[in-house]
Structure formats: C-alpha cells, structure tokens
Design a protein around this ligand. Structure first.
Ligand code: ADP
Ligand code: MG
Length: 801
C-alpha cells in the first residue's frame, strides 16, 4: 500500500521537505514552528499510524535531533525520510524493502542528480517516476558528432565537430530585431571559424555574463552545421553545440558533442541538455544496479548484450554498430517478455479451466445444416471449422480468433460451431455490436435453422418488457437453443439453462469485460471471437498473442471482385449515370461522406445538404435515404432497414454504415473525399457491395494531387485482398491508428515497433516457445519477476476492463 494514499497530509510533508532542501537544510522557520519540530511531529503521527513499522521508529529518533545535527547528518536523515515516504507500507509488517533503498526502481526521479521537483513534475507527465523509468527513456534518434574535422577541411553545409581554442568573444544587439548576438572566433591551427548564438535582447551586464561562458583562450568543442559566410569568408556555425574543456577533462565525460549524441523525445518545458545530462549522471551512478533479464544462453546464441551494456550503449553509444546491437538487445528483450507472457497466460487458462468436450456425429445437426445450404462451403470455411472442431473436442477452452474478409462467410462457420454445441445438448449464443447486425443474424439463422428444428431467441434493447420476459423465460427453460443479440444478452435477467458455446462477432467492438460477462452466464463455455478487419500477422501476435488465429482467406465462388476506380470530383456525373443504370436494373447504391474536421455535426450537415441536392437536382425521380451520426440509433436503424427493404434506392450517409450489414443487391459504393479515409476503412466500406454474384462498383472520389495519396488510394484499385490492404495500412498509419481508439490492448512497448521489428518479433516468439519447452522460468528470478508483474497487471486490467 502506498503511503501517499494513506496520509492525508502527504503533500504538505513533501512540500516542507522540498523547501527545507531548497534552503540548504537550515531548519527554516515555518508559520507556526521550525521545520525540525514540524517534521518530527508528522513522523510521530506516522509511527502511531503504523506501530509495527520499525524503520519509521528508528527514523523518528534521528529526526528528533535534527535541529542539533550538522548539515551532512541532516542531509542523510532527510534522504532516508524521502525514501521511506515513497516505500510502500505493509500493514502486516512483512516489508522486504531495504531502509536505505538504492534500488533505482524505487527512488523517485526527483532525486536524480540534476533533476529537482520542478523537472520531476514535467517528467511525471511522460510517465517517468523513478530513476529506472529515466534510464529506460530511450533516445528517438542520434546526432553524429564523432567526426572531428579540421577547420581547413570543412565543406559547406557539412555537419562537423571541431576542437579549437577561443580567439575572441563579442556580443552586440541586432539593429532591428530584439536580439542580442553572441559571436566567438575559434581557431584550431588549421584555420578559423565563427560560432554564433542568439538571445533575447540583453543589457550590458547580462551581455557580460553571457560572454563569460566563453573565456578567451579556453579550449572548446563545437558541433553543428558549418555554412560558408560570404562577408567574412569564414565558415560559421549557428547555435552550435558547445563544450568548454577544462584542463583535466576526460573525453568520456563529454556529453553533448564530440560523440554520438542522443536526442530524446522531449516534453514541453524540458531542456534537452538537462535531460541528457541527468540520464548521463544516472547511468554513472546506477549502471551497476541494472540487472540482466534474459537468460545467458539466449544472449550468447543471438549475440546480444547484457542489459547494463545495452542500456549504456542505447543512450551514449560508442559507435553505430554497437548502437544497433544494443537496440536489437532491448527490442528482443521486450518482445521476448511479451511473447512469453502470452504463452504463460494461455497455459494457465488451459490448466485452470476445463470446458465441455463437444463432439459431432455424422448425420447430426451440423451435417444436416451443411447439406441444407444452397451452396457448398469454401475450402477455407471447411478448414476454419475443422480447427474450431479440434478445439471443441478437448477440455482445454477454445481461445480462437476467426479472421476473414468482409463477405468471406464467417457467419456460416459461426453457425456451424453453435450447432455443434446444440447437437451436444447445450445452448449457444452469438453477440453482435449493433441491433441491425443481430437482427440480420437472427433472420439468417431462422432461414437456416428453423427447418432443422433448432429454436432461436432474439435479444435486443428495443424489445418491450413483454417480449423480453417471454424470450428470457424460454432461454431459462431450455426452450431456446441459440440466443442471438446485442449487449442486451449480458444484462441481468438473461439466464441460460446450460450455455455451452459463445460467438462474439466483430470482437473489437466489445470490451474484454463484456466478453467475460457473457461467458460467465455459462460454465466456461467455449468462445469463438470473430473480426472482419484483417489484422496483419505480426500485429496479431502482439495484440492477440494469447489467441489462436484462424483465417478465412477465400471468398465464396462466383463472387465478382468489386470494380474499383479513382475519379476526380469533376467526373461525378459519369458515376451518377452508373448509379442510375444500376438502379434501373433493380440494384441500390451507397454514397458516403467522410468526417469533416473530426466533427460529426459538420459531416451530418454536409451529408444532409448533399442528400437534398441529389434528391432535387440529380435524382428527382428516385428515393434517397439519409443516415448520419446525429440521428438517434433507432432512426438510423430504421433508415438502414428501409434501404435494405427497397424503400430507398440510394443511401447517403456519413461513416456510420455498419460493418457487416448484408444487402446483396447494393452494387454501387461511391465514396466522396476518399483521401480522408484510412485504407482499411475504405476496404470495409467497399465490402458493403459485391455481396452477391452481381458485378459491383466502388468509386473513390478525390481531388487530391499528392502522389502519395494517389498511390495509397490506388492500392484499393489494384487489389481486393483485405490482408494486403491491412498490411499497407498498418505501414502507413502505424498500429495505434490502425487498430483505432476503440481497440484496447495495444501493448505498451518502450522501444520495439511492431511494424518495423517484425523479424525480431518472430525471433522472440520462436525463442519464447523454445524456452518454455526446454528451460525453467523459475531459474531466472529477474525475468520471472517482470513476467509475473506484467501478468498481474494484465489480469487486473481485464478485471477492471
Ligand atoms: P462475413 O464473413 O462478412 O460475415 P457472411 O457470413 O455475412 O460474411 O457471408 C456473406 C454472404 O455470403 C452471405 O449472404 C452468406 O450466406 C454467403 N455465403 C457464405 N458462405 C458461402 C459459400 N460458401 N458460398 C456462397 N455463398 C456463401
Ligand atoms: Mg459478418
């Protein structure tokens, strides 16, 4: 338990200590009493609060003499106090923490050399709380200041580092701007160079102070870009990185130039040099405390550094090869831990939970269903079901994610799984994120399953109390075999007689908690999750590493690939012609508008205006529906349904059209300002058409002139393969954007980048598998500690989720 949470005046105490330190430990006088009295009084209270904490008792004895101690004793005692304040209290008094904590994991960053409370606060904002956090704050890039250049050999616009002596220093005010300019001339025997810095206008005495930083005759190292100055015929460096070298300097102590210099992701108000220096100091002081986490055998096999070397080299590399090896080491360690964690979690779930064993028989429900379908299953569908079936056959709970492009026929596979459950005498459930999707499943299932004598129940929010009571009763009495619904399924009152299997459609739309809630309505039912957003393998390994993946990579036969074209706004009329032709054939069209300036209100307006324009000017004889995010969910769904049922020919919408809505006779998808969408999103939208054997069209409208955007949009013109598109999209937008804000569970990685480091990820996975087979985690206490902590964090996240 943290003391900070337990003490109401924790902050006051901290403040008092800060002020005392600022005043050089003089035992300052507060409003009512001296610091010594105040602090002794507060510590006495803590001792009373935690009588078993002997450390606090001992400290109290010392602090009672604070006013009589000399300064060095005062410093020691206050340091002890600070550490204790940040040491968790265990009410059972089993605390293992050392009184004089020297563990960088525990020392607050505020006490790092060169970092005061002010800087600490800034660092806290980027999640740096302890010395360890600071040491693990890695550079985002580096400047190469290793090449020492003779001034006579400088080339124009070259990045250089020169060693020389200061020949002259001058400072003057600029004529028109409010600037003071400091200029020095430096010579290295081969030539002379000038360096210039700019300051806000300074008065004479300030100028003297600035100049004093560059004493004439001192040795100096300068790094920066050298530019030739026509007037003086000298090379000049603006805002050079400068280090003054004193007589007995040691080259390894140069921090800011003459080396590979780390550049950190900066936070506001934080001086780059302050941060760099603080990290440098921390490494000097705490390097020996850095523990190697990876097993020695792996380090040797893969030629990786021990942790201490890796950390030192990532901050202040001795050369670029070593830097690369350090990066690889840290990336590998991070990903190895991640993969090991996933595997352990999987093993644990498998061990702790036993599920029903489900078998199917020839001539059983599943068999009958497949035979009754008006089409044959694709090979990919068969393979997917077989993988699911082998999960169902064992007592280990299924942990499988079924991925498949829009229209690849996941619903049929899900239905087969649920029938297998029913065939074995249990109930099944499928949960979808929206009512329209739930109802679509319900309709499909009614068509498919009523002839087989399987009974279905629909659970959606809009049902009145009477319907709800009826469906709930049927479910509880085993009269319903498969429940289909939205979040309404997880409400209290919905009870199953014997829930044995669950399908979560569009799983990323649900939180971990919601999936868990549904599964808790049964006794460890088997669970299949599905998604229509293909996730590239490496990303899937990182985000869903605890799941088995099944991929349906084939569309049902007879589907014509959607014909996609990219047009300019001026070519719209042609598209309107196409839309009219298609509607005359009895088909339908979507016209989609993107979000405008992140505002659903603005886009709703734009879509509304456009729908009106289309209805009045372009298609006066056709019926045009409108769906946007400002409508109530019910209104939205009604309009969608009207479109589905043929009351509208054209549906104008913002991006709210639901993924998964199946309207087979919609054959045109026109997307305005298509450059504003991500590739995966465009692919999803395109998936609304081409859902039958009719030829469908997707028209991307964009007036973009940048070749980059054109190239991006052309990916869609060229391919219909969701995985290719996803891979590309991931490369362009990065994992965070790719998964979207809804999707939690993107791992916190300090240095690894799941898009860039795919090779190391595969390697880490392989090593993790190998490690679990051949080695014993308990042999490696540092590794074990980290993994256990991460697993705990993940579980508490899931339980809180
Ligand atoms: P999704 O994977 O996007 O959820 P669906 O399961 O909704 O795809 O299937 C899309 C359409 O394809 C549905 O109308 C479905 O009945 C049909 N379908 C599914 N499997 C096949 C198949 N093997 N052959 C022909 N049509 C199929
Ligand atoms: Mg679907």
């Amino acid at each position: 338990m943290k003391l900070a949470d337990k003490l109401t005046n924790f902050n006051t105490i901290k403040k008092a200590i800060e002020i005392e330190i600022k005043n050089n430990y003089i035992n300052i006088d507060g409003k009512t009493q001296s610091f010594a009295k105040f602090i002794a009084g507060e510590v006495k209270k803590i001792v009373k609060l935690f009588p078993k904490e002997t450390k606090w008792k001992k400290l109290l004895k010392k602090l009672e003499y604070y006013h009589m101690d000399n300064v060095s004793e005062r410093i020691n005692n206050l340091n002890e106090l600070i550490i204790l304040l940040h040491t968790p209290i265990d009410e059972d008094d089993t605390i293992k923490n050392n009184l004089y904590s020297t563990d960088p994991d525990e020392i607050p960053v505020m006490y790092a050399k060169g970092i005061g409370p002010k800087v600490a606060k800034i660092l806290n904002r980027v999640n740096i709380f302890t010395i360890s956090d600071l040491i693990n704050y890695y550079p985002k890039r580096y400047l190469d200041y290793t090449q020492r250049t003779k001034i006579s050999q400088i080339e124009n616009n070259e990045q250089v580092t020169i060693f020389g002596t200061i020949k002259s220093v001058s400072m003057f005010n600029s004529k028109n701007k409010n600037l003071s300019i400091l200029k020095i001339l430096v010579t290295d025997g081969s030539g002379t160079l000038s360096a210039t810095w700019f300051y806000a206008k300074a008065n004479r005495s300030m100028q003297e102070r600035y100049k004093a930083q560059y004493p004439k005759g001192a040795n100096i190292i300068l790094s920066g870009i050298a530019k030739h100055d026509k007037f003086s015929n000298l090379f000049a460096i603006d805002r050079a990185e400068a280090t003054i070298i004193s007589g007995d300097f040691d080259e390894k102590d140069i921090i800011h130039n003459a080396r590979i210099v780390p550049i950190y992701p900066l936070c506001e108000n934080l001086n780059a040099k302050t941060l760099r220096k603080a990290i440098f100091n921390c490494l000097e002081q705490y390097s020996d405390k850095i523990k190697t986490v990876l097993p020695q055998s792996i380090l040797e096999k893969l030629n990786l550094f021990d942790k201490k070397t890796a950390i030192n080299q990532i901050h202040f590399p001795s050369d670029f090869d070593t830097l690369e090896q350090a990066r690889t080491t840290l990336i590998f360690e991070e990903l190895f831990i991640q993969q090991l964690k996933f595997m352990l979690i999987r093993e644990e779930t498998k061990r702790l939970k036993n599920t029903l064993v489900i078998n199917i028989k020839e001539g059983g429900l599943v068999d009958k269903f497949v035979k009754s379908l008006p089409f044959t299953l694709t090979e990919a569908q068969n393979k997917a079901f077989n993988e699911i079936l082998s999960d169902l056959n064992s007592t280990e709970p299924m942990q499988r994610l079924l991925q498949g492009d829009v229209g690849s026929g996941k619903t049929v596979v899900a239905c087969m799984m649920l029938l297998a459950i029913v065939e074995n005498g249990y109930q099944g459930a499928i949960m979808a994120p929206t009512e329209i999707l739930a109802e679509q499943h319900y309709k499909n299932f009614i068509n498919w399953l009523t002839p087989l004598g399987v009974s279905l129940g629909l659970f959606v929010g809009r049902h009145g109390i009477k319907t709800r009571r009826e469906t709930q009763t049927n479910l509880k009495n085993s009269q319903t075999d498969i429940a289909i619904g939205t979040h309404a399924l997880i409400q209290t009152g919905v009870e199953f007689a014997n829930l044995g299997g669950i399908v979560i459609d569009e799983q990323h739309r649900f939180g971990v908690r919601q999936r868990k809630e549904l599964s808790q309505k049964g006794l460890n039912p088997q669970m299949l999750t599905m998604t229509a957003t293909p996730i590239p393998r490496t990303l899937a390994l990182s985000v869903h590493g605890d799941l088995d993946l099944t991929i349906i990579d084939e569309l049902p036969a007879g589907r014509k690939p959607v014909k996609t074209s990219l047009i300019k706004a001026s070519q719209r009329t042609k598209t309107y012609g196409l839309i009219r032709e298609e509607i005359e054939k009895g088909n339908k069209a979507y016209i989609v508008f993107p979000l405008i300036d992140e505002s659903e209100t603005l886009s709703a307006k734009a879509a509304t205006k456009e729908a009106k324009r289309l209805a009045e000017k372009v298609f006066p004889d056709l019926k045009i529906g409108l769906v946007h995010g400002k409508q109530k969910p019910q209104e939205k769904e009604e309009n969608m349904l009207k479109f589905k049922n043929g009351e509208y020919h054209i549906l104008v919408s913002t991006t709210v059209i639901e993924v998964g809505v199946d309207i087979p006779d919609a054959t045109v998808m026109m997307i305005e300002n298509s450059e504003r969408f991500g590739l995966s999103q465009l692919h999803q939208l395109r998936g609304r058409v081409g859902r039958s054997d009719k030829q469908s069209y997707c028209i991307l409208v964009s007036d973009t002139n940048t070749s980059e955007t054109k190239e991006r949009l052309n990916v869609l013109v060229q391919t219909n393969d969701g995985f290719v598109i996803a891979e590309k999209d991931l490369q362009i937008r990065g994992p965070g954007e790719f998964l979207g804000t809804r999707q939690s569970g993107l791992p916190d990685l300090l240095i690894a980048d799941i898009v860039r480091d795919t090779k190391i990820l595969e390697m880490a996975r392989e090593e993790a598998i190998n490690f679990l087979k051949t080695d014993n985690l308990l042999k490696y206490s540092n590794l074990n500690k980290i993994i256990q902590k991460q697993i705990e964090d993940m579980k508490s996240f899931i339980n809180a989720g």
